[in-house]
Design a protein around this ligand. Structure first.
Ligand SMILES: Cc1cc2nc3c(=O)[nH]c(=O)nc-3n(C[C@H](O)[C@H](O)[C@H](O)COP(=O)(O)OP(=O)(O)OC[C@H]3O[C@@H](n4cnc5c(N)ncnc54)[C@H](O)[C@@H]3O)c2cc1C
Length: 393
């Protein structure tokens, strides 16, 4: 596997890093990033996205005719990793999932409204696939869309769960059942303004202190102008968008940063009056974690290398997601062991170690193994598609 960046790519990486030093701000960057992907929920973060846009870094891999730079996806990867290492928000759903799908399948009116606004960093999106009875098997979604011929559109009733970003996004990218007689071929994608009458949003707080949301639909009318692509083809577009997003996938930066913080802690702190760096158990543990971090990096590079070669690295992505998120858990686990009782103190409490960073991490890393597809689902994909084993059920 050859993963050496070209000179032009290295130059771009240096350019992004210099930009991030110049625009360093604790209003925009989380000094201890926990989420694998930082969201754009404040005006300061939105302003930061517009600065990225002004550099031409949003939608770099879009075709030039839609305002992109026609650059290979590796540039999106370099940008995502650099942003993640400083805890800056990332250009996710708009340029990736929504923009690329609209470019491929949207009407001319949809393209001319959404694409310029996305590439200028002006609008944020929330993604609504999951429902109370429909998570791992998202294709079983039941949000009901009933045809209203007279008004030329659809009336939506039902509920979504786990819609991250719904409380600050401008638009909702949502899947609904337009044909109850079909499963995968009965789903249509809609774009709905987040403040649309009939939509209501309730917070759900995760174990890791992150807000996600339940969204309720009460006779929400959506005109045909906001149907994405063809009727009943939504599931195909949802799957396709996942494949288009290989380069902006979960960065390894946040776990690298946490590992570095723990390594420095072991190098400088003491336990029971003895320097941790002299303790053979602590030394072995940190060496083991360093090795595992290297494995996570290599698994990520396999995904990227395969995507560069034009492949659709489904199995490689599952291996990386499974390993990286479970590595995050092992790292937090080890940190709490090495820090003793004080490691369990929360941020802001006296004696909290590294300001409680790993106490939070210990809770948050559970969430990572669920969002974006659970560990069990990743194992199923590896078993079936990678190893040729039969479906479990
Ligand atoms: C913080 C967070 C943010 C999220 N953000 C979004 C978002 O913005 N938009 C969105 O649409 N969704 C979002 N999700 C939803 C996420 O994709 C689902 O939670 C996830 O796919 C699991 O679905 P579920 O919660 O319904 O669990 P279930 O699918 O009910 O699974 C329950 C348990 O059963 C196991 N299981 C299920 N099926 C199988 C199987 N076939 N084989 C073996 N084990 C199985 C699972 O691994 C899990 O342990 C988010 C979730 C979280 C936690």
């Amino acid at each position: 596997m050859d993963f050496e960046f070209s000179e032009a790519e290295k130059q771009f990486q240096r350019e992004v890093e210099a930009f991030l030093v110049e625009h360093h701000s604790l209003d925009v960057m989380d000094a201890n990033p926990e989420q694998l992907s930082q969201t754009v929920e404040t005006p300061a973060k939105r302003a930061f996205m517009r600065k990225l846009a002004a550099r031409g870094w949003l939608g770099m891999s879009w075709p030039e005719q839609y305002g992109g730079l026609d650059r290979p996806g590796i540039y999106d990867f370099i940008l995502t990793e650099a942003l993640s290492r400083v805890g800056a928000p990332q250009c996710g759903k708009g340029v990736g999932i929504v923009g690329k799908t609209v470019i491929r399948h949207g009407s001319d009116a949809m393209k001319s409204y959404f694409l310029p606004r996305i590439i200028r960093g002006e609008i944020e999106f929330a993604i609504g696939y999951s429902e109370p009875q429909s998570g791992s098997d998202a294709a079983s979604m039941m949000l009901k869309a009933v045809r209203d011929e007279q008004r030329g559109g659809w009336v939506l009733n039902g509920q979504k769960t786990w819609t991250t970003s719904a409380h600050f996004a401008d638009w909702y990218w949502v899947g609904a059942r337009t044909d109850p007689a079909q499963k995968h071929k009965g789903i249509t994608l809609f774009l709905i303004e987040m403040d649309h009458p009939g939509l209501s949003i309730e917070p759900t707080w995760t174990i890791g202190d992150e807000r996600t949301n339940e969204v309720f639909f009460d006779d929400v009318f959506v005109s045909d102008d906001f149907v994405v692509g063809e009727l009943n083809r939504g599931w195909t577009y949802i799957c396709e968008a996942l494949d288009l997003e290989r380069f902006a996938m979960m960065p390894v930066g946040p776990v690298e940063m946490k590992f570095e913080a723990l390594r420095d802690y072991v190098a400088t702190e003491s336990c029971d009056g003895e320097p941790l760096c002299d303790d053979p158990v602590a030394r072995k543990k940190i060496a083991q974690l360093a090795t595992q971090l290297e494995v996570a990096r290599m698994l990520q590079r396999r995904v990227i290398a395969s995507a560069i070669a034009g492949g659709v690295p489904t199995v490689e992505s599952s291996m990386y997601k499974l390993y990286m998120t479970q590595f995050g858990q092992r790292l937090a686990d080890a940190a709490l062991d090495l820090m003793g009782h004080d490691g369990q103190l929360k941020p802001g409490e006296p004696d909290a170690q590294l300001d409680g960073r790993f106490e939070r991490s210990y809770r948050y890393t559970v969430v990572d193994t669920i969002g974006g597809g659970t560990s069990e689902i990743q194992k199923n994909i590896i078993a079936q598609r990678g190893l040729g084993l039969p479906r479990s059920f």
